[in-house]
Each structure stands twice: as structure tokens, then as C-alpha cells.
Design a protein. Structure first.
Length: 333
């Protein structure tokens, strides 16, 4: 499947039968493409890369080398979970790279969103190249690119302004020495989940909310600092915990916290307390091309606000984003 255009004749994958047929087709295509060579996979632990990992493990077994890069922009406990699920439970060929300092040093003082995205995308490739050099015979790079990534990145070709450069499409350097393996690049998100379930991945993993490649980097708005990034990570963990408790996690497609680089005046322990606002965003969508806002009960919002402002160092307000897509994109950067 080398074309970046989804054929009109391609049926929407809505059930296990269609998913099984797609899987068989892709297993044959991947085997034909890679032969006995090794393939590196960027395993972020999100739905897309997890589905690609399961598909490739089925197709080429230990020829697949999963590389999990902790870019320092992961959600709380996320890298630990990737190691536990893939390294321990699924016994994948997994290399863990803690590149936190590398990424945060490069991103220091960089405030422009597209620049941040390009830096993160390019550095991902650099990290993979470094890993590949340590290995013998790696010729391929597998990616969890999906169709909305391609559509948004290539709208320029139709004379429209690209909305944003998704990091697994826009940031590749021209001298890239890997050939790409992108088995789910013509699928929409809902189809990726159906394929994931057909591959036998746990329901919780397949229906987990998506997380963008640049991670918390595009939610820690403007120039990233470690203290604001930590505040964002802690606030986001509280939001996820509370959505789990009240049942919204099952119902809402994507929910997260954004922390902008502005401070307001507050008061804590009878003293002036300047802090950042935590902005809550909770959206529903089918294919990420458009999105609507989920209504969150006030009691839940009050509890989240109370916890975030009391438990997270540096946050003194909680705001709610009510903007649909369009006009807002789902992420803020
Ligand atoms: P936007 O912000 O463009 O996001 O409305 C649409 C969906 O894509 C996710 N997203 C990304 N996914 N690499 C990805 O794999 C990226 O660079 C990226 N940027 C945004 C976003 O979280 C939402 O689900």
C-alpha cells in the first residue's frame, strides 16, 4: 500500500470480518516489503503505534524492534506502562530510550508551535537513527501514520493552508535512510480500533484516547519549561483520574489539560500566589476531522478544579475550553 490516497472502492472497516481481511492483506504486504530485514517501530504506546506493533509482530515476529522514546513529554506513568505491557506482557523486542534531556534542551526557548513540532519530529528520527546504528541490518522504519495525518499535512497541495504538520509526516529529513512501513496510513481512527480488537489487543488499549506524537509538548504552550511541564503532567493525571472515577473516560473521545505561558494573580495561605491556568478540553469526534464539546457535570468540574488547584504546584486557576473543531483544532498547537 504505497499510495497516500485512499481508493474510493476501499470499504470502511466496521467489523471483525473486514478487519481480518485487512490484516491478512497487510501481513502479506509487509512481508513482501521487508523480506528478512529488520524493522524499527516508534512505539509510543498510543493506539496507532500499538496496533502497528501488534500487526507487525504477527507479520514478522522478532524482526520487529520496538523503540520506545521517552521524549520527556509523556503523560504521567506512560513510559512505565509501555515497558510493562509490551516489554513484559507481550514479550516484544523492546528498546527503551530516555531522551528527555535531549528533547528539552533542543526545545528550550522555542515558542513557535510549528517550530516545536518540527524539532520534536526531527529529533525522533535522529534518536531512531542512533538506535539503528547500534543494530545490524535495520532498513525500515514503521510508523503509526493514519489517514487524517496525511489529509491535513497535504491540504497544501489543494491550495489550502496545511492546518499543522503532524510529526509523523511533516518532520522527516530528506536524507532519511529508512524506507517507511505504514500499514494503517489509509485508515481513519475508528477503523484502527476495529483492527486493533481483531488483532487481539486489550479493549482498554484499543479504546484509549489518542495522544499526539509531540505529546505534552503541544499542550505546554509556547516555550516549554520543566516546571510548567511538570504542572501540566500532574494536572492532566488528575483530570484522567477523575474522568475514570465518574465514567466520562469511557464516553469522551479525547480529554486533556493545556497550560499556557501566562500567569495570573491568586492568593494562597494569605499570600500573593501567581500561577498558570490549567485549561480543560474534552471533545468528541469520529475521525478527528471535526469535533464537538463534551458537557462535563458541574460537580465533576468543581472536584477537578479543587484537586488541581490544591495538589498541583504552580496552578492557581482552572478554565474550560468550549470551542468545537472547526474553528479550534483539537490540540492548541
Ligand atoms: P488537531 O489538533 O489537528 O488533532 O485537531 C487531531 C487529532 O490528532 C492528534 N494529533 C496528532 N497525532 N501526531 C499524531 O499522531 C501529531 O503530531 C499530532 N498532532 C495532533 C490530536 O491529539 C487529535 O486527536
Amino acid at each position: 500500500m504505497n499510495s497516500n490516497v485512499r481508493p474510493e472502492s476501499m470499504a470502511r472497516i466496521v467489523n471483525k470480518e473486514l478487519a481480518d481481511a485487512f490484516i491478512e492483506e497487510q501481513i502479506a504486504a509487509v512481508r513482501a516489503q521487508v523480506g528478512d530485514k529488520k524493522v524499527l517501530l516508534a512505539l509510543s504506546g498510543g493506539v496507532d503505534s500499538s496496533v502497528v506493533a501488534a500487526l507487525l509482530i504477527k507479520a514478522i515476529g522478532k524482526q520487529l524492534i520496538c523503540v520506545h522514546v521517552n521524549h520527556g513529554l509523556m503523560r504521567k506513568d506512560e513510559s512505565e506502562n509501555v515497558i510493562k505491557i509490551f516489554g513484559e506482557e507481550l514479550d516484544a523486542n523492546l528498546i527503551y530510550v530516555d531522551a528527555t534531556d535531549r528533547f528539552l534542551d533542543l526545545l528550550k526557548d522555542v515558542a513557535e508551535p510549528e517550530k516545536k513540532r518540527k524539532i520534536i519530529g526531527a529529533e525522533f528520527i535522529n534518536v531512531f537513527a542512533d538506535e539503528a546504528r547500534k543494530l545490524e541490518g535495520v532498513s525500515f522504519l514503521a510508523q503509526g501514520t493514519i489517514y487524517p495525518d496525511i489529509l491535513e499535512s497535504f491540504k497544501q497541495a489543494e491550495g489550502k493552508k496545511a492546518v499543522k504538520s503532524h510529526h509523523n509526516v511533516g518532520g522527516l529529513p530528506e536524507d532519511l535512510q529508512f524506507e517507511l512501513v505504514e500499514p494503517i496510513k489509509l485508515l481513519f481512527k475508528d477503523e484502527v480500533r476495529v483492527v486493533g480488537e481483531a488483532l487481539g489487543l486489550p479493549h482498554g488499549m484499543v479504546y484509549r484516547q489518542p495522544f499526539p506524537g509531540p505529546g505534552l509538548g503541544v499542550r505546554c504552550l509556547g516555550a516549554i519549561t520543566r516546571d510548567r511541564l511538570n504542572a501540566l503532567r500532574e494536572a492532566d493525571a488528575i483530570l484522567r483520574e477523575e474522568f475514570d472515577i465518574c465514567g466520562l473516560a469511557e464516553k469522551v473521545w479525547q480529554y486533556f489539560v493545556v497550560v499556557p505561558d501566562i500567569k495570573s494573580v491568586g492568593v494562597k495561605d494569605e499570600s500573593r500566589y501567581e500561577g498558570w491556568p490549567a485549561i480543560i478540553r474534552a471533545v468528541n469526534t469520529k475521525d478527528a476531522m471535526t469535533a464537538t464539546i463534551e458537557e462535563i457535570p458541574y460537580a465533576v468540574l468543581h472536584k477537578i478544579t479543587d484537586r488541581i488547584t490544591h495538589e498541583v504546584e504552580g496552578i492557581n486557576r482552572v478554565l474550560l475550553d468550549l470551542t468545537p473543531k472547526p474553528i479550534g483544532t483539537i490540540e492548541w498547537e
